[in-house]
Design a protein around this ligand. Structure first.
Ligand SMILES: [Zn+2]
Length: 297
């Protein structure tokens, strides 16, 4: 009996050591990766560094999204090459998720390949103001909702209101029950810099709209935590709760006259301490809610 216990303990210790060693030796993620979404036969995630986008191979060509080429044109060349490795079909569309350059700069290789660039009308207005030399202007725009049907595939584009930006588009594949939504639904991580130009109250409503849609898997614009996972409706609910908790915490302090300095220095959200990005993101979250509840903006 004693000997058996010893063997079990030794085995557990050995397993724990192997676990530690395996973890220590885990290689860094490769610079880019193309991954087919489980349960589909034509939906892919292209990741480059810490950004990612979705592409769909249909019977009549490819629908690509966000070129993710800000400050790194080679990412877009790689993206087009990766699509060509998967299919000989031509790239017919490039759809923008919202106007932020880290997601949509660098689209020229798609344009050169013959893609029609599609964006929300408000996205085009934003781009026309700034005239970023590296960002391709849309060829076609829409307001509210548009459906792209290509071969055997339907992709729905829907504006779900103000949130992380004023022009975030949700892309839904109804048959595959897959959603691509960028930046306004972080999967498993704490929000940060993206709060700066966000609309916090309306954001909550847009998350509720997304939860009312019919889908099962969410491809986020940045790899989900942990391990680059995709998201579920539980992640949307968890993030909505996070925004509500942060908002309520700051509201109380703001209305007691504690914004900006005291809140930014002292307020913590311990429930979210373990979320990746918490330490760096907390000051930005607090500042945005101070602007809302302590200033009225
Ligand atoms: Zn963004």
């Amino acid at each position: 009996m004693r000997r058996a216990s010893y063997v079990i303990v030794a085995a557990l210790v050995a397993a724990a050591c192997v676990g530690v060693v395996a973890h220590a030796q885990q290689p860094a993620a490769p610079p880019f990766a193309t991954t087919k979404v489980d349960g589909t036969d034509n939906v892919y995630v292209f990741r480059y560094g810490n950004h990612q986008s979705m592409f769909v191979v249909t019977s009549a060509g490819v629908i690509a999204t966000d070129p993710i080429g800000y400050g790194r044109p080679q990412a877009v060349v790689t993206y087009v090459d990766e699509i060509k490795k998967v299919t000989p079909q031509p790239i017919k569309y490039l759809v923008y998720s919202h106007h932020h350059f880290d997601h949509i700069a660098g689209g020229k290789p798609f344009k050169d390949a013959g893609a029609t660039v599609v964006a929300l009308k408000r996205t085009q207005e934003r781009l026309a103001q700034i005239k970023d030399p590296h960002t391709v202007m849309p060829d076609e725009t829409f307001d509210g909702h548009r459906t792209i049907t290509l071969g055997d595939t339907t992709l729905e584009l829907t504006y779900v209101g103000l949130n992380h930006s004023d022009n975030s588009v949700v892309m839904r594949l109804p048959k595959q029950k897959v959603l691509f939504a960028v930046d306004f639904i972080p999967v498993g991580s704490f929000p940060g810099r993206g709060m700066i130009d966000a609309y916090p109250l309306e954001w909550e409503d847009s998350l509720k709209s997304v939860m009312s849609m019919d889908w099962e898997k969410l491809i986020p614009g940045h790899p989900g935590a942990p391990n680059g996972r995709l998201g579920t409706k539980q992640d949307v609910q968890a993030f909505l709760t996070l925004l509500q908790d942060a908002s309520a915490a700051v509201k109380t302090e703001a209305q007691a006259g504690k914004c900006w300095d005291a809140v930014e220095k002292d307020l913590k959200l311990p429930k979210y301490e373990s979320w990746p990005g918490y330490a760096a993101g907390l000051p930005m979250v607090l500042r945005r809610y101070c602007a809302l509840w302590g200033r009225g903006t």
